[in-house]
Design a protein around this ligand. Sequence first.
Ligand SMILES: C[S@@+](CC[C@H](N)C(=O)[O-])C[C@H]1O[C@@H](n2cnc3c(N)ncnc32)[C@H](O)[C@@H]1O
Ligand code: SF4
Length: 379
Amino acid sequence: MKMENSMEIEENKIRSAYIHIPFCKKICSYCDFCKNYYNENVVKLYLEALKKEIKRNYKNELLNTLYIGGGTPSCLNYNELDVLFEITKLFKLSDDCEFTFECNYEDITDELLSLLKKNRVNRLSIGLQTFNDKYEKILNKKIDKNLMIKNVNLCKRYFDNINVDLIYALPDEKMDDLEKDLNEIIKLNVNHISTYALMIEKHTILYVNNFKELNDDVQSKMYYKIVNKLKSNGYDHYEISNFSKKGYESKHNLNYWKNEKYYGFGAGASGFVNKIRYDNTKSAYNYINGKRMIYKEKITKNTEINDYVMLSLRMINGIDKRLFKRKYNKSIEDVFDYKKLINDKLLIETESNLFIPSDKLFVSNEIIIRLLDSYILNK
Ligand SMILES: C[S@@+](CC[C@H](N)C(=O)[O-])C[C@H]1O[C@@H](n2cnc3c(N)ncnc32)[C@H](O)[C@@H]1O
Ligand code: SF4
């Protein structure tokens, strides 16, 4: 009993923090994230507001993961990065804390990498997206394959934990185009790869210009091609969109998919703290002016269970049934009636786990919705 209590207390502690840096030198045509054109004066005020938010809310927990994302954190100049890293010193980091920093490949230099290393960063995430320069104009993004390769190799001299992002299902992309991108990405031999099908989001240039997503059949073929190719080249498929070499899974994202608590600091950041989910304003200007939180929801136990299931099923190992029982004091089969999903071969159950079969991952959203609909508690 005593042990269970201490485990509960341990599980409730916040171990992760995300910091959003919403500045980019150029705006990609597909991007719906919180971002603004880089401006020195705004960055200065933003970093001051960020420091205030962290000082006011961070309660000195020992963090296992810290993630600085964007936007493009690497577009800050070295003085601004010095200020940012002074701010990150407010955090107490565990000895093996995973500290990720997102970079634009064009910003990578020896000086930047040394600065990151000096400030305890030990993981880089680089948004390459594609090596195919026919997309340069459509994506409004510089695509210089040689520079990508040169700079990722430079990163490898400083860091072994490197992620690169790939976007597939680009406008009019063919299987051959994808094959070439995959070959290039595999040659980079980095330890982590994230892959995303292009989403045409409202309020983006692609949407305004009437670009359409590729149809589901093509997307699905591309998805399974990626999965097979990366798996046969030594990558472990550990989450719907994520692949890693053994031991290089993203600790930060795993924390999120396990529905654990985390701080989100900065404009556009979200957090989950003390049973409360919150979103900060996406406006850097409101953020600077102290109008920080725009959404706050107290999470009930039922919502927490739903979130846990929804997020856990993104992982290839799915739901850990024992962990579920420990967290929620009920067995998963007492909360959801998923026999039909198993009969329909949409879920697989073992003694320890409940997960989506690999050939159904592309339709995971539909499966998750059906599982959530089978909620039986309180009925
Ligand atoms: C918000 S970005 C931040 C990283 C960095 N600014 C960059 O672009 O490299 C994180 C990742 O989300 C993915 N992403 C952004 N917009 C997307 C979209 N509309 N469809 C699919 N993936 C997208 C890209 O792979 C990108 O690297
Ligand atoms: S995708 Fe990344 S670099 Fe491009 S505009 Fe969005 S945040 Fe900036």
